[in-house]
Design a binder for this molecule. Structure first.
Ligand SMILES: [Zn+2]
Ligand SMILES: [Zn+2]
Length: 298
């Protein structure tokens, strides 16, 4: 088979195959997507209708202002997630072109030559341009064309989780008799034990569990955010970090521009901000090339 050009999938068959592609099929993807689409929204509803009204009566002005701001963040998270799935790591390139160019490698699974920074995903079973990692919360690889959506979803989710944790933290301690004291932190660390010892009742136990759920979410999102920023800082993808490839480190601003597009500083504001990427995913500027072209380094 010859793949000489990128194919735009406009017809119905291609649309069907694209929809089929974004439906998660592996167990890890199904679990991740379910947590993201069902678990997180339920948690959010409990927060705004169960926890926040402790301080701000539901549908009152103060509640409406806070919930509206949280909803802007939440809608950004889900719209970025949707765009990440629909755009995919390879953008409009339905099939990677099988051509021979310098820097191209042979992928034994796909049996074709692939551009530099492209790696094969064992879960998606395709090669992904500038592959970062496989995201189980969407069942899709994060790579060249969709990294900005993944990054923006993580940033928005992080900003969303911080106030929610602060509310639920205060709420949980309000519900434990006597409020927060250092001596009682074990009740939050080991709620099962505290329940069995009848120090807390079952309702308090549930509040602590919900607080732990929010805390774990924030901890995980913080890890994702730091991992992304660390790789962006070094001009690496997660794959390149693992393989210690530093050829594409061009300085912080250029790294951000090459990974998230020319409006990298605005991508987290909305998934609809256009942010064109300098590379088509086939060729990339290396540090060596940049230094060679820069007279300062001559
Ligand atoms: Zn491959
Ligand atoms: Zn993948």
């Amino acid at each position: 088979m010859q793949y000489s050009v990128f194919e735009n999938d406009n017809d119905l068959n291609d649309l069907q195959s694209r929809i089929y592609k974004v439906i998660p099929k592996q167990t890890q993807d199904i679990v991740g997507t379910a947590v993201f689409l069902i678990g997180l929204p339920i948690g959010f509803l409990i927060h705004i209708f169960g926890i926040m009204p402790t301080w701000y009566p539901a549908f009152g002005e103060a509640w409406m202002i806070r919930v509206s701001l949280l909803l802007v963040l939440a809608s950004n998270v889900y719209m970025n997630w949707y765009k990440m799935l629909i755009v995919g790591p390879n953008g409009n390139a339905a099939v990677l072109p099988n051509i021979v160019k310098s820097g191209f490698r042979y992928c034994h699974s796909c049996r074709k030559n692939v551009p530099p920074r492209t790696y094969h995903c064992p879960v998606c079973n395709v090669c992904c341009m500038r592959r970062d990692h496989h995201c189980s919360f969407g069942g899709v690889c994060v790579g060249h064309f969709n990294q900005r959506y993944f990054f923006s979803a993580v940033v928005n989710l992080w900003i969303l989780c911080v106030p929610l944790l602060s509310y639920v933290w205060d709420f949980t301690w309000m519900c434990i008799e006597g409020g927060f004291t250092l001596g009682k932190t074990w009740q939050i660390m080991l709620p099962h034990l505290a329940l069995m010892a009848r120090v807390i009742n079952f309702t308090q136990f549930l509040y602590i569990l919900f607080c732990a759920f929010t805390f774990t979410s924030l901890l995980f999102v913080t890890y994702l955010l730091i991992a992304q920023l660390f790789c962006l800082w070094n001009g690496q993808t997660r794959m390149e970090y693992l393989m210690d490839i530093q050829a594409y480190h061009l300085g912080f601003v250029e790294n951000m521009r090459h990974a998230l597009g020319s409006r990298w500083f605005l991508v987290a504001v909305s998934p609809f901000v256009p942010s064109p990427l300098p590379s088509d995913g086939m060729t990339f500027v290396t540090r060596e090339l940049l230094e060679h072209n820069n007279p300062k380094h001559m």
